[in-house]
Design a protein around this ligand. Structure first.
Ligand SMILES: Nc1ncnc2c1ncn2[C@@H]1O[C@H](COP(=O)(O)OP(=O)(O)OP(=O)(O)O)[C@@H](O)[C@H]1O
Ligand SMILES: Cc1ncsc1CCO
Length: 559
């Protein structure tokens, strides 16, 4: 980090709508009282009570063939026993019954009432669970922002529910795929019993999470002793749910707003695209960070080429996916090479990412970065608050100029979103501004995203901002190539509809999230003794990042 960079941004408080009651959502031992499965002469309320005595944390009442009046009467009784044990009471399918008895929540299937309608009718405080059989259904339920948890289709063969003749149970592998993509808790169901539950949880778990619980029907309602059967099951389940961190419960109680979730989905998907396409990134960067930048690119799954000669700049960029121009250690021939490569990249539709290191510090840096944003077209400018503020100020007096209200006397920035938004519109580039909270604007200043995953450790080693810039360039290259493959172009993106984000906004957020989440992972693994062991752990963590980690740990918001 250059000493001239003293500006920090003020932290923004994000508002998250709390959609469910703040009592912990314990889905671990989830007992479904299916009236049609109850052995003759058994009373649903008595079985519910026995299961609760054995440690059931949720009781779901399923009564497909019961008339409405009887369903409501029974629900009232089961709700009362669940309340006595502090357990969650959930009605299967019937939103009207859930409303009539003021149940804690509802569980619906894909063919029942649409999720959005159920949420509208039930209001923000009720728990909604939805059955998902595949990753598309999981993605759709998660991105809707209306569900609190997900249930699966049958994990094992079961006679309790009728499935199509060609239905194949999910098994532990199928359950694992759903866990990989879901940021919501998942409850497994179908043929689970005390014999198979441990193996299912262990075999299905991902590096980051297990199921939130297991739901059982006949193993409890048909058991000789439902209390003992529930106790036995609970004893097997509880020790294995260790991966379910509080953040997963928090996410289920505070689902991301739908558009934020859509953005996170696209960023996670973009990481997969980087890994799948291994884009080649041409960097004309400073010699302090050159080797690190190359290694960071390899770690994220891209390929580096560092080339400064004016004699080959044009040739090199012609076969690369993106270009990084970093003004950290300038010399005249390097500046010439930047212009040559930049112009060639522009002519070929290759994204150009500028890091205006130390932008305002000297007249050379001032004129170089102003020339670069005006004489060539930059697609993304990524700098710290001081650098972005300088650029905004320097362009303030040019036509359509940016009013730089950036830096206050105490070194903080009072309106970071305004600064990135207006600079973006001025230079038609996405702007990524680093600090305790990172801010990224799309190229027209319509969407501005605050990324709150900042980590002070990133300031303890030199060049993490420059490393982030190269990650942003890897994302830009992969996304541009993907659009070209569809005969589209990142260059011609227009801010016409709410569903579509600027690919270079995704690239900016993607690069920043990868660096910040990798830092979190590096620290979480322990063993950091100081800056150098942090650096080693950080580079390893970048290599080990998964789209699932982006889904799970991204803290982003539109501002
Ligand atoms: N005070 C802070 N608290 C928490 N996180 C921070 C803080 N400052 C920066 N960061 C994080 O560190 C990352 C690097 O940002 P920084 O502003 O240090 O870049 P930079 O100045 O361009 O670095 P360099 O020039 O060393 O490459 C940011 O993306 C941000 O997430
Ligand atoms: C320390 C330093 N000096 C010029 S560039 C650089 C790396 C941080 O950008």
């Amino acid at each position: 980090m250059l000493q001239t960079k003293t500006v920090t941004t003020t932290t923004k408080t994000t508002t998250i709508i709390n959609k469910a009651e703040s009592k912990p959502l314990d889905l671990s031992v989830y007992v479904v009282i299916d009236v049609s499965v109850l052995p003759a002469g058994r009373d649903a309320v008595a079985v519910a009570e026995q299961a609760l005595e054995g440690g059931a944390t949720v009781i779901q009442l399923r009564a497909k063939h019961l008339d409405t009046k009887s369903f409501i009467e029974l629900s009232n009784k089961v709700k009362a026993v669940a309340a006595k044990f502090g357990a969650l009471f959930v009605v299967n399918d019937r939103v009207d019954v859930a409303l009539a008895v003021d149940a804690d929540g509802i569980h619906i299937g894909q063919d029942d009432m649409p999720l959005a309608t159920a949420r509208r009718l039930l209001g923000p405080s009720k728990v909604i669970g939805v059955t998902c059989s595949n990753t598309d259904e999981v993605n759709s339920a998660v991105s809707s922002g209306f569900a609190n948890y997900l249930g699966t289709c049958a994990v094992f063969p079961t006679a309790t529910k009728a499935y199509a003749p060609d239905f194949t149970p999910l098994g532990a592998t199928g359950l694992n795929s759903l866990l990989q993509v879901s940021t919501l808790p998942i409850v497994a169901i179908g043929g689970i019993n005390v014999e198979n539950v441990e193996q299912l949880i262990i075999e299905s778990q991902t590096a980051l999470k297990t199921v939130a619980g297991c739901a059982v029907v006949s193993a409890i309602v048909c058991a000789q002793n439902p209390t003992q059967a529930t106790k036995d099951l609970a004893a097997k389940i509880h020790p294995l749910l260790k991966h379910n961190s509080e953040s997963s419960i928090a996410r289920s109680l505070n689902p991301r707003p739908p558009r934020v979730q859509l953005l996170v989905n696209q960023v996670a998907q973009a990481l997969s695209s980087v890994r799948a396409s291994t884009p080649l990134v041409h960097s004309i960067t400073n010699y302090v960070v050159m080797n690190d930048n190359a290694n960071v690119l390899l770690a994220i799954g891209a390929s580096p080429i560092m080339a400064h000669s004016t004699k080959e700049a044009s040739d090199i960029i012609s076969f690369c996916g993106s270009l990084v121009l970093n003004i950290g250690t300038l010399s005249d021939p390097w500046i010439d090479a930047m212009h040559i490569a930049g112009k060639k990249a522009n002519s070929l539709g290759i994204p150009v990412v500028l890091d205006p290191v130390g932008a305002g510090a000297t007249p050379l840096r001032q004129s170089t970065c102003v020339d670069l944003v005006t004489l060539i077209h930059t697609d993304i400018v990524k700098g710290n608050a001081g650098e972005i503020s300088f650029l905004a100020g320097a362009l303030a007096n040019t036509s359509g100029g940016v009013q730089s209200r950036g830096v206050d006397s105490d070194g903080t920035m009072s309106e970071p979103a305004h600064v990135v938004r207006s600079l973006a519109a001025k230079v038609n580039s996405a702007i990524a501004m680093s600090g305790p909270v990172d801010y990224v604007s799309d190229r027209v200043g319509k969407d501005v995203v605050a990324v709150s995953n900042g980590n002070e450790w990133l300031g303890k080693i030199t060049g993490t901002g420059c490393d982030t810039t190269t990650l942003v360039a890897a994302f830009a290259a992969a996304l541009n190539a993907e659009l070209k493959g569809k005969s589209l172009s990142a260059a011609t993106w227009t801010a016409s509809d709410d569903e579509s984000f600027d690919p270079y906004l995704i690239a900016g957020v993607g690069g920043i999230l990868c660096m910040c989440i990798a830092a979190e992972q590096a620290i979480a693994q322990g063993g950091i003794k100081g800056p150098m062991s942090f650096k080693t752990a950080l580079f390893d963590a970048i290599a080990n990042l998964t789209p699932e980690m982006i889904q799970r740990f991204a803290r982003v918001d539109f501002v």
